[in-house]
Design a protein around this ligand. Structure first.
Ligand SMILES: Cc1cc2nc3c(=O)[nH]c(=O)nc-3n(C[C@H](O)[C@H](O)[C@H](O)COP(=O)(O)O)c2cc1C
Ligand code: SF4
Ligand code: SF4
Length: 271
């Protein structure tokens, strides 16, 4: 973590005029953004998800001069649901101080710089206040390789994340900035991840598998942030608009849904 001293930084965010906007698949990012925002004194009603009512988000952001924008790291990219949202509503962040926050499981390189790049690409002006990355448990639950062998990993990561989030809030409140991802990591991130996965992450995913174990309970249908799933007659069908958030795969009581892998290895219920 690189922290800049107050002298080198911009203005200090005021709790009354700071808002947060996030997407979270299973809850890691929601947890992290809430902790950071509360650390900065932000009111709960100003911490909003992109799944919340759009008018409410727009109005809240209109009254903010600092915005925390948070998402999980998918292969050094943001989920498609988030990039689509920012492509449509990025102007709501115009002329604000932006703190970006990314949660990741293993590595992030420069993932926490992606929001700033996307806004710049759209010609939206803003001031980059801080870019923060927080390690959290893995949510890809259908790949053996991704499964942690450490049973205490969740509580260890939570304690570590809490400490770092509180520390970041203190630095920012003192007028400083935090810069985790560095521009110099861009090539590394491209060569190791974006070059191979850009297409897979930034396209709607249409190859979800739903096994015969499904009882059509409807839990996945209700939870999906993309309304990608529907119950039709005797089965659950997908419309090809999955953002790969793994919410349905982690919650299905029958472990009937898989995306990248072929079998559920464990289910993550959130931090
Ligand atoms: C499709 C997908 C790709 C992911 N890619 C990475 C990755 O490249 N590096 C990493 O450290 N974590 C990766 N993760 C893990 C998530 O970034 C991490 O678990 C995150 O905290 C999930 O946040 P959420 O609960 O808010 O959705 C990936 C998760 C998913 C679903
Ligand atoms: S949550 Fe699982 S069991 Fe329930 S409808 Fe979805 S796939 Fe079927
Ligand atoms: S289908 Fe499942 S993984 Fe895909 S967006 Fe919906 S809840 Fe997320």
């Amino acid at each position: 973590m690189t922290a800049e001293t107050p002298a080198a930084a911009g203005r200090t965010p005021s709790p009354d005029t700071t808002a947060a906007l996030y997407f979270s698949g299973i809850g890691n990012t929601r947890y992290a953004v809430n902790r950071l925002a509360r650390g900065l004194g932000v009111k709960d009603e100003n911490i909003l998800s992109i799944e919340d009512d759009e008018d409410r988000v727009q109005e809240t952001l209109a009254h903010a001069d600092t915005a925390i924008v948070a998402h999980p790291n998918y292969m050094c990219l943001m989920p498609k649901i988030m990039s689509d949202y920012l492509a449509q509503h990025g102007t709501w962040l115009a002329n604000k101080d932006i703190i970006t926050l990314v949660t990741y499981a293993n590595f992030f390189f420069d993932a926490d710089l992606q929001v700033a790049r996307l806004l710049r690409k759209q010609g939206i002006s803003f001031r980059a206040q801080s870019n923060i990355s927080i390690q959290m448990p893995m949510i890809v639950c259908d790949m053996k390789l991704m499964k942690s062998t450490d049973t205490d990993i969740q509580s260890t990561l939570k304690a570590k994340a809490d400490r770092k989030l509180d520390e970041c809030a203190q630095i920012i409140l003192a007028g400083g900035t935090v810069h985790d991802g560095q521009e110099s990591d861009r090539l590394k991130a491209f060569l190791r991840q974006r070059m191979f996965y850009q297409g897979r992450i930034q396209k709607d995913f249409a190859r979800l598998r739903i096994s015969d174990a499904c009882t059509r309970c409807g839990a996945c249908v209700r939870a999906c942030p993309k309304q990608n799933l529907t119950i039709r007659e005797d089965r659950v069908v997908q419309s090809g608009h999955c953002t790969q958030c793994y919410r349905c795969a982690n919650l299905c009581p029958r472990q009937a849904i898989t995306l990248w892998g072929k079998k559920i290895q464990w289910q993550y219920k959130g931090i």
